[in-house]
Design a protein. Structure first.
Length: 132
């Protein structure tokens, strides 16, 4: 029973997935910090600190009851800002870097034709010379 568990844990996919989850969580804190400590204060300087948590649909005159959609709007804005940070700070520069590295690569020589193709070409050439 323990041998089966050990084999399961040490399979390549499980270890790769564990590493990806740990790195993803660490990277998430970096992105959160960038958004919270850099991007959001800049937005706050430009147009004030956005907070929609008090918005409710169907609330009475005292603001009680109803559906609190303000927190959802805050989460949606936060997600959009995080996605933009990831795209413009990580994805775009990495794409440019990989394009630059690919541009410097020497293209691989095309593979040599198989024996079947060589034989078919010889037959084609022989038929052409026979008909000419």
């Amino acid at each position: 029973m323990l041998k089966g568990f050990r084999d399961f844990i040490f399979r390549g996919n499980v270890v790769d997935l564990a590493v990806a989850v740990i790195i993803g969580a660490a990277f998430g804190t970096v992105v959160d910090s960038m958004v919270k400590d850099i991007i959001t204060p800049v937005i706050g300087l430009i147009g004030g600190q956005p907070d929609f948590s008090s918005i409710r649909v169907g609330a009475n005159a005292q603001g009680e009851g109803g559906i609190a959609i303000g927190n959802f709007i805050n989460a949606l804005i936060s997600f959009t800002i995080k996605a933009a940070v990831i795209y413009f700070v990580i994805v775009v520069p990495m794409k440019r870097l990989t394009d630059l590295l690919k541009r410097n690569e020497v293209p691989a020589a095309p593979p040599a034709p198989s024996e079947d193709i060589i034989l078919l070409r010889e037959i084609r050439d022989a038929l052409k010379s026979r008909n000419s």
